[in-house]
Ligand binder design. Structure first.
Ligand SMILES: *[C@@H]1O[C@H](CO)[C@@H](O)[C@H](O)[C@H]1NC(C)=O
Length: 446
């Protein structure tokens, strides 16, 4: 019985072997699995040589490495330490001369993903500080031998920030990509996509719409000579722009309002004390605004931002305005005192109707005495008129002295000086304000 099972008849054996052969050959022709392709490329068991050695047939030919960098998040811009933290994807590709296949032989497979550690990869790094790199676990292998890897980076790069135009500023930060151990003869680093495509794609994927927006990413290629060898450098210049609305709404417009209020205070009557207190209030409000602003303004050592100059100028203008108001008030007071002295002097000595009245005092009784006594009617009428005139004059003087520096007083020297100072300062103030704002506008907007 067991013999029957262990020894099949030769006819069955040949049939089985025939079947197996046809099956294997049909499998090798129609196998569409990645495993088969991996086997063909000698990648199934860990082929250490493929991972260790730069994949070129002739050692003199350099490996061309192409790289793209897409910014998809601007996390932080620190003006004090002059750094930009952003999230980016890098897409790196190169040619592996040993790994290529004919697509038609493998059911049209044109792309294969293999673990990164199986393949050699260029040792390019970003010279500026890199916070963290999340490496994609797989490398993509294309049928023509191109290998690509995708990394997610959190970059912290140093920028040379110029805050002169703050908050209407744009900053450029750069990232330098270079190889650590391969000079140009062995590795040529270049950009992959055009700048337009990089910009377009970055803007498409940029996910946060915060204070900063991406203007452009530009790539330039540079070489540096070190130990008589030339090294390739690829520089990505990232330009970002601040959206100024926060600062315009919270700071610039209120400051402008205060300036306009200060200008308008020229039309408050000088004789009232309100003018001075109003201007002091404005000065105080600006001080409070400046205190708040002190926290917002990024501090830099190299150049005073224009907005700080603006604050200083506005504060100085309003302060100067206060001083001028005080001076004008002082001159008015001086005039008032002198005017008062003059008036009292005039009322005693040089006022003609008063003199007449004084002369007329003794004769004042005479019309009343003479009129019943049959004096001429015309004379008594004129006397009556003179009396009335005298009374009116007296009342007028009283009114003038009561008002103090009244309008009817002849304008004295000091008052004229005060008014001139006020007018001239107002004109200078307005002209300067307009010119200064024009200059600011042109500088900020361009
Ligand atoms: C290797 O490349 C160099 C320079 O391109 C060339 O002169 C040389 O003939 C090549 N060697 C082989 C074996 O192809």
């Amino acid at each position: 019985m067991p013999q029957d099972f262990t020894m099949p008849s030769p006819s069955i054996l040949t049939l089985l072997s025939l079947l197996m052969v046809t099956e294997v050959s049909s499998v090798s022709k129609t196998n569409c699995s990645y495993t088969h392709l991996m086997e063909h490329l000698n990648l199934l068991d860990t082929n250490q040589v493929l991972a260790d050695v730069r994949p070129v047939v002739n050692w003199t030919s350099p490996t061309g490495v192409k790289m793209d960098l897409y910014v998809y998040g601007i996390l932080d811009v620190d003006e004090k330490s002059q750094t930009l933290t952003c999230q980016a994807w890098s897409n790196t590709g190169w040619l592996n001369e040993f790994l290529s296949w004919n697509e038609s032989d493998f059911c049209g497979i044109d792309k294969l993903t293999v673990p990164r550690k199986k393949l050699w990869a260029p040792d390019i790094s970003i010279q500026e500080d890199t916070d963290s790199i999340t490496k994609g676990p797989y490398a993509s292998l294309y049928s023509n031998g191109i290998v690509t890897v995708m990394d997610s980076l959190r970059l912290k790069t140093a920028c040379n920030m110029d805050l002169y135009k703050f908050p209407f500023d744009a900053q450029t930060c750069q990232m330098t990509v270079t190889s650590l151990s391969h000079c140009e003869a062995a590795m040529m680093i270049d950009r992959w996509s055009t700048s337009e495509y990089l910009n377009q794609f970055s803007r498409q994927v940029l996910n946060n719409k915060g204070e900063w927006s991406l203007v452009s990413i530009n790539t330039t290629k540079e070489k540096s000579i070190y130990q008589k060898r030339s090294w390739d450098k690829l520089i990505f210049k990232i330009t970002i722009k601040r959206s100024p609305m926060l600062y315009v709404g919270n700071f610039l417009i209120p400051l402008l309002y205060f300036l306009v209020l200060d200008l308008a205070s020229f039309f408050i009557n000088q004789t009232r004390g309100e003018k001075l207190s109003f201007k002091i209030t404005i000065l105080l409000s600006i001080s409070v605004l400046l205190l708040i602003f002190n926290d917002i303004l990024p501090s830099t050592a190299n150049k005073l931002p224009l907005i700080a100059t603006y604050c200083i100028v506005v504060f100085t203008l309003v302060g100067l305005n206060l001083l001028v108001t005080m001076l004008v008030g002082f001159l008015m007071d001086l005039e008032r005192k002198e005017g008062w002295d003059l008036q009292t002097h005039a009322s005693v000595q040089s006022s003609p109707p008063e003199n007449e009245a004084e002369k007329g005092v003794p004769t004042e009784a005479s019309p009343e005495q003479k009129a019943p006594g049959g004096g001429t009617q015309g004379l008594s009428d004129s006397r009556l008129l003179q009396l009335a005139l005298e009374e009116v004059w007296r009342i007028r003087l009283e009114v003038v002295s009561a008002v103090g520096a009244g309008d009817h007083r002849k304008t004295g020297y000091w008052e004229r000086v005060a008014k001139r100072i006020d007018t001239v300062y107002f004109c200078i103030y307005i002209i300067f304000t307009i010119v200064f704002h024009g200059f600011l506008f042109i500088t900020w907007i361009q």
